[in-house]
Design a protein around this ligand. Structure first.
Ligand code: PMV
Length: 330
């Protein structure tokens, strides 16, 4: 009745921003991502008959709102297993949580894998991806490694809204340089930001309508390893997402001064022929996706940008998986 899992965050190159059903966490459009290898979530789960309530610790702290959210997530698995037993969950990240580094993606992917093993459900990757989606839309993608596509699906029950692996991490070993511009938690969660954008932006429909074309371009760039094409669609999708966020009323601005300075730094690297493009999620951190030989130059350049607190360099990594208990929680 216990297991430990590890998962890594993923970074979307074609962005997800909008739900077609909030209760089932169904995306309004598909997305395409890369799973990282340098940032980790480790989650240990132990079901215990003696517990009256779930006991949940995230990065060494107990938080009522998170406990409630994770309890609801655990109920999905308990219902499948036909049990009511409560669980101890201990989860730790070796990177800033809730700051636009996709900690919810790795968190719910690791939890799904650990709970599946602890309850001996033996669900397949597709089912685990759908369950991870219920915790966080992007978590459905961190079940898999490398390049991953998430399908929006059309069914009301969400049984066709899951991620699939497109290309393994080793098949096109790009690097991602992450420029951390703050370690503070974001003020507005992705879910709240998505609802607000859908409800108030005059451009929301156009944003959603543009995603399938971006997905086609990105999928084809991945299959032909066309970095230039991936760079164009990746930056366009990122900027279109931030444009629709900013066009909400009141506008959502996740960037800070250093975010913009990093974009300008990457633009001048591109002008010098460096193989790099940027992407930014619901937070101020900048992720620079690069050709492997250019990663060191990009990291050096981003380190000199005023306001950049730290720079991490990551390769592409594997999907969520069970690890030995001895290695548990960071
Ligand atoms: O999975 P969520 O609900 O945290 O939303 C993720 C939203 C973005 O990170 C901004 C985009 C994406 O596709 O990951």
């Amino acid at each position: 009745m216990h297991a430990t899992a590890q998962a890594q965050p993923n970074i979307a190159l074609v962005k997800y921003w909008g739900k077609r059903n909030a209760a089932l966490n169904l995306p309004a459009a598909g997305s395409l991502s890369i799973t990282l290898d340098a940032l980790h979530t480790r989650t240990r789960v132990r079901f215990d008959d003696a517990l009256a309530d779930d006991d949940i610790t995230l990065n060494g702290e107990r938080d009522e709102a998170q406990t409630r959210k994770i309890g609801v997530f655990l109920d999905l698995f308990r219902a499948r297993a036909g049990v009511a037993v409560r669980a101890h969950v201990e989860s730790g990240n070796d990177f800033p949580t809730g700051a636009g580094l996709a900690s919810s993606a790795s968190g719910f992917a690791a939890l799904a894998i650990a709970v599946d093993r602890a309850l001996e459900l033996h669900l397949d990757a597709r089912e685990l991806s759908m369950l991870a989606r219920r915790g966080s839309g992007s978590a459905a993608r961190s079940i898999f490694g490398g390049f991953v596509e998430m399908a929006a699906g059309t069914r009301d029950d969400g049984e066709d809204a899951f991620a699939i692996p497109l290309l393994g991490a080793g098949a096109w070993p790009l690097k991602v340089v992450v420029a951390i511009t703050t370690r503070k938690r974001k003020a507005i969660s992705s879910s709240a930001g998505m609802d607000h954008t859908r409800d108030t932006s005059p451009f929301y429909r156009d944003w959603i309508a543009g995603v399938p074309g971006d997905l086609d371009a990105a999928r084809s760039a991945v299959s032909t390893r066309d970095f230039e094409k991936l760079a164009q669609v990746g930056e366009a999708s990122c900027l279109a997402m931030h444009a629709v966020m900013m066009s909400a009323r009141p506008g959502l601005i996740y960037w800070n001064t250093a975010t913009v300075a990093c974009i300008q730094c990457i633009r001048s690297l591109q002008a010098d022929g460096t193989g790099v493009f940027f992407t930014i999620d619901a937070g101020p951190q900048v992720k620079a996706v690069c050709l492997p030989d250019d990663a060191a130059r990009v990291a050096d350049a981003l380190r000199t940008v005023i306001g950049v607190e730290d720079v991490l360099v990551s390769g592409l990594g594997e999907g969520a998986r069970i690890v030995e208990d001895a290695h548990a929680c960071a």
